[in-house]
Design a protein around this ligand. Structure first.
Ligand SMILES: *Cc1c(COP(=O)(O)O)cnc(C)c1O
Length: 387
C-alpha cells in the first residue's frame, strides 16, 4: 500500500553536494556557510539582521531573552500552535497565557486580544511579549496586533515557523515591519529544511547583538562589549549566561542550497492548495480560508469536517485515512489542554474557538513534491471515507 505523509523534505543532488563539500572542508562549525545562509534569508526578507540557530525553539528562547522576558512577566500566544511557542516563556521564568483564535484564519484573534488587554490593564497584568503564530503559513493580522502593541506597550515575536516564503500585504514575512523579532523553523516538515534549524530576524542592532550573545554561551570577542582592554589575541569575555544554540556549517550549506528553491516550493504549494480547494468543494469539509492581505507559505492544509453532515466522527475519519495510507495529522492539540499546562490551571473550555477547531481539523498531505496523482488519491480516499 502507498503511504503519503502529510509533509516531507525535498533533498536534491545540489543539496547533497553542498553538504559534502562542507564535510570535506576546514570548518564543520563557525565557518562561512552559516553567515551566508543568514545573509540569504535576511536579504530575501529585507531584514537587517538574521541569526541562525539549531532550532526555532532556540530562536524563540533567545528572542524572549533579548526582550528581557523574565520572572513576573507574561507572554501571551495562541493555543493553536506547537508547544515550543509557549514553552519559551517558561524557560525564562515568565508566565504564559493564551488568546483565542479567529474562526476563519485559525490565527490569534486581534479582537480577542484587545478584549483581554483591556481586562489585563485593569488588573495590572499586561503582557510583556505577545507571540502571534502564522498558522499554516498564513500571516496574522499584524497591523492590528502592532497597533495594540503601541497602545499597550508590549513587544512582538512573530512565530513564522510555517511561513517563510509567504507575504503579508505584499511584503515578505520576516521583514519585521510589525514586530520586534521574527522566527523561522527549518525542521524537515517545514517549507525549507536544514534538518534541525531555526533563525531569528530583527531590524534592531541591539536585539541582534543580544541574541548573538545568548546563542553562544554569552561570550563576546568584540572589544567594544568587554569590561576592560583585551588580555591578548586569545581573549574573549563571558558577559551573559548564554547557551550553545549554534547552527553547524553542514546545516548552513544545506540552507543556502534550499533557499534557491524557496519560491518554487511555495508556488507549488499554492498549486496544490488550489486543486484541493476545487476538488474538495463538494465534500462536507471546510477548506482553509485565505485572507486577501495574505500570500501564505502554505506549510499546512487543514480541513475542518462538517460533522453535522456526516455520520462518522472526527477520530473515525482520521483513523480511516491513516489506515488507507494517507498520513494525515492534526495541527495542533491546543497547548493549554496539555497536562503540563492544565496543572497551571488552564481548562480546555477556556478558549472555545481553539477547542472547536481541534474537534474538527485534519491536516491533509501538503508538500512541494506531492504529485497530482498522489493528491488525487488523497481526495478520492477522503471522499470514500466521508460517504
Ligand atoms: C515547528 C515549530 C516550532 C519549533 O520548531 P523547531 O525548529 O522544531 O524547534 C515552533 N513553533 C511552531 C509554530 C512550529 O510549527
Amino acid at each position: 500500500m502507498q503511504h503519503i505523509p502529510y509533509g516531507r523534505q525535498d533533498i536534491t543532488q545540489a543539496d547533497v553536494d553542498a553538504v559534502l563539500t562542507v564535510l570535506q572542508s576546514d570548518f564543520l562549525t563557525q565557518g562561512p556557510k552559516v553567515p551566508a545562509f543568514e545573509h540569504a534569508v535576511a536579504s530575501y526578507c529585507g531584514t537587517k539582521h538574521a541569526l541562525a540557530v539549531n532550532s526555532a525553539t532556540s530562536a524563540l528562547h533567545i528572542a524572549c531573552l533579548a526582550l528581557d522576558l523574565g520572572p513576573g512577566d507574561w507572554l501571551w500566544t495562541s493555543p493553536i500552535t506547537f508547544v515550543a511557542t509557549a514553552n519559551c516563556a517558561l524557560y525564562c521564568g515568565a508566565k504564559v497565557d493564551f488568546v483565542d483564535i479567529d474562526f476563519r484564519t485559525y490565527n490569534l484573534c486581534p479582537q480577542a486580544l484587545e478584549r483581554k488587554l483591556e481586562q489585563a490593564e485593569r488588573e495590572g497584568k499586561l503582557p510583556k511579549v505577545v507571540v502571534p503564530i502564522h498558522l499554516c503559513g498564513q500571516p496574522c493580522d499584524m497591523k492590528a496586533i502592532h497597533s495594540l502593541a503601541v497602545r499597550y506597550g508590549f513587544k512582538i515575536i512573530e512565530d513564522a515557523s510555517h511561513a517563510i516564503g509567504g507575504r503579508y500585504k505584499g511584503k515578505p514575512i520576516g521583514n519585521c515591519e510589525y514586530s520586534d523579532i521574527t522566527v523561522f523553523s527549518f525542521h524537515p516538515v517545514k517549507i525549507i529544511t536544514t534538518a534541525e534549524g531555526g533563525m531569528a530576524l530583527t531590524n534592531s542592532a541591539e536585539l541582534a547583538s543580544k541574541m548573538s550573545l545568548f546563542r553562544s554561551h554569552g561570550i563576546t570577542r568584540d572589544p567594544a562589549q568587554m569590561t576592560h582592554k583585551t588580555d591578548g589575541p586569545w581573549y574573549y569575555q563571558q558577559i551573559e549566561l548564554g547557551y550553545n544554540y549554534r547552527m553547524t556549517e553542514l546545516q548552513g550549506a544545506l540552507g543556502v542550497s534550499q533557499m534557491e528553491r524557496l519560491d518554487a516550493y511555495v508556488t507549488r504549494r499554492h498549486q496544490l492548495a488550489r486543486r484541493y480547494d476545487e476538488l474538495l468543494a463538494k465534500l462536507p469539509v471546510t477548506t482553509p480560508w485565505q485572507h486577501p492581505d495574505s500570500y501564505s507559505g502554505l506549510h499546512l492544509y487543514p480541513i475542518r469536517l462538517q460533522l453535522d453532515k456526516i455520520t462518522k466522527g472526527h477520530r473515525q475519519v482520521f483513523e480511516s485515512l491513516r489506515e488507507q495510507g494517507i498520513g494525515v495529522n492534526l495541527h495542533y492539540i491546543p497547548v493549554h489542554s496539555q497536562p503540563f499546562y492544565q496543572r497551571m490551571g488552564f481548562k480546555s473550555a477556556d478558549f472555545p474557538q481553539a477547542q472547536a477547531y481541534y474537534r474538527e481539523a485534519i491536516s491533509l498531505p501538503m508538500f512541494a513534491t506531492l504529485t497530482d496523482v498522489q493528491q488525487d488519491a488523497v481526495i478520492r480516499i477522503l471522499a470514500e471515507v466521508l460517504e
